[in-house]
Design a protein around this ligand. Structure first.
Ligand code: LLP
Length: 444
């Protein structure tokens, strides 16, 4: 069974009776008209559908908890939807803790990750009773124990470890290789346990955590990771008599941005993961652990598209034709940062005809590198057309900036022909709302 991460477009995408693109029953040209552009659009059906696929694919395994990686897109409404689907949340900052808490997430199903959590963030995590903290390093162990003691609390922790696995993804989004800033080396685990048993007595180690990278297409990576984690659990049991009951294998499942991307389905990775868990627990003689997964991109990416209005076009003599849109690297940093590729269609003329031209979609920001899509074929792109870029749900809004003093776009949720604003467009007033001119300057 194919799952949403294997499609470029949201599952409800179609061409309607006006000849326009439609998602969630909403005509994209009407959305652009009503809410202006650039506009992030999230299709609720696609989002719920992949959450359900994750749940049902892992339902065969007796104990599992899905925790959506909020960093992919963290907003009140999307958090509320994902929480309704029974997910917990992986959070990595005070801001994400605050947002998921405000959205009504069950905090016992929240895991706080990160390699440099601050004193204030750790206090906040304990105050709102997050279920788990994944501890990354020796400094954090001591800091967290000190805070836990001062608040008279016991804290369930996982240890973030570096499994030494390299995956074939962009080097900036690999996280499991040995010389990396995340987690403990396997050789440091015994020292950590000694400290936990003697000094850090308010911290209770319940399991191990690893994450090898993002935009992964090989299911076997998860099997390799499980082999390492279960072997370690068995070794810790033998040496310390300590039974670790949870493994968190991170996120990372890839999505299909362009035709050449072939990510496995959620069902396929679930089969590999579950089979490997049974095999290794038997091989190493340990109890089946609770399985935690932290998918981010594969949950939210396909449900999102971004709408832009086309402005100027420029044919460089004997070279590229640039078609510029009213957004770019401030709302989607991924092409500039990771050479990420995207697909797009013109929402008001999605059908391919004999006016097809090969063009490059340029963002409006003052950087030569602000190119959204190179060499895409579109039917006669003209000023005023609405361009729909697919698969922008993950790491677009969450990495957006105000570069060139651009207000961040609005976001709408679409479903059953209804659209609702879930993030308001920033205004110029918002842009300066945190700024002040010191009195001394005013007098000059
Ligand atoms: N868990 C941990 C510990 C992580 O570091 C990440 C992502 C995830 C889960 C979720 O991974 P996902 O399922 O989304 O692949 N900005 C980059 C991606 C950075 C991912 C960082 N960590 C991009 O736009 O491609």
């Amino acid at each position: 069974m194919a799952t949403a991460n294997q499609f470029i477009k949201p599952l409800t995408t179609k061409i309607n009776e006006n000849g326009n693109l439609e998602i969630g029953g909403c005509d994209l040209v009407n959305l652009a008209d009503k809410y202006a552009t650039p506009l992030y659009v999230i299709d609720e059906f696609t989002l719920r559908s992949i959450c359900k696929d994750y749940k049902s694919a892992f339902a065969k395994y007796p104990k599992s908890q899905m925790m959506y990686a909020s960093k992919a897109l963290c907003s009140l409404a999307t958090t509320a939807i994902i929480a309704q689907e029974g997910f917990g949340f992986d959070v990595v900052s005070g801001g994400e803790i605050y947002t998921v808490h405000k959205a009504g997430a069950d905090m016992s199903k929240v895991l706080f990750n990160g390699h440099n959590k601050s004193y204030d963030e750790l206090c906040m995590a304990l105050d709102v009773n997050v279920g788990r903290i994944s501890v990354d390093n020796f400094f954090e162990l001591s800091l967290l124990d000190e805070i836990a003691k001062s608040k008279n609390k016991n804290v369930n922790i996982l240890l973030r470890i570096t499994p030494g696995i390299e995956c074939h993804t962009h080097e900036y989004i690999q996280t499991g290789h040995l010389d990396c800033k995340f987690g403990f080396d396997l050789t440091q685990i015994d020292e950590v346990i000694d400290l936990l048993l003697t000094e850090y007595t308010n911290l209770h180690l319940v399991g191990l955590h690893a994450h090898v990278g993002s935009q992964i297409f090989e299911s076997s990576i998860y099997a390799d990771e499980i082999e390492i984690l279960i072997k370690e659990i068995s070794r810790v049991d033998e040496k310390f008599g300590l039974k670790l009951s949870e493994i968190n294998i991170g996120g990372g499942l890839g999505v299909k941005y362009v035709d050449t991307d072939c990510p496995p389905s959620v069902v396929e990775i679930a089969e590999v993961i579950i089979q490997k868990l049974y095999e290794t627990t038997e091989k190493y003689g340990v109890e089946l652990p609770t399985l935690i997964l932290e998918p981010g991109r594969s949950i939210i990416s396909t449900s999102g598209v971004t709408l832009y209005t086309i402005g100027s076009s420029k044919q460089v003599p004997r070279a590229t034709k640039y078609v510029s849109v009213d957004g770019g690297m401030a709302d989607n940093l991924r092409p500039a940062m990771y050479q990420a590729e995207y697909c797009a269609q013109i929402a008001n003329k999605p059908e391919i005809d004999d006016t097809l031209q090969k063009v490059t979609i340029a963002g409006k920001f003052c950087e030569s590198g602000d190119i959204l899509i190179k060499n895409i074929e579109l039917p006669n792109p003209e000023e005023g057309d609405i361009l729909c870029v697919y698969n922008t749900g993950a790491y677009n809004y969450s990495m957006a900036s105000n570069y060139n003093k651009a207000p961040r776009p609005a976001m709408v949720l679409v479903n059953n022909s209804q659209s609702d604003i879930i993030v308001n467009r920033e205004t110029y007033e918002d842009l300066i709302s945190h700024e002040t001119i010191p009195n001394g300057l005013k007098e000059q």
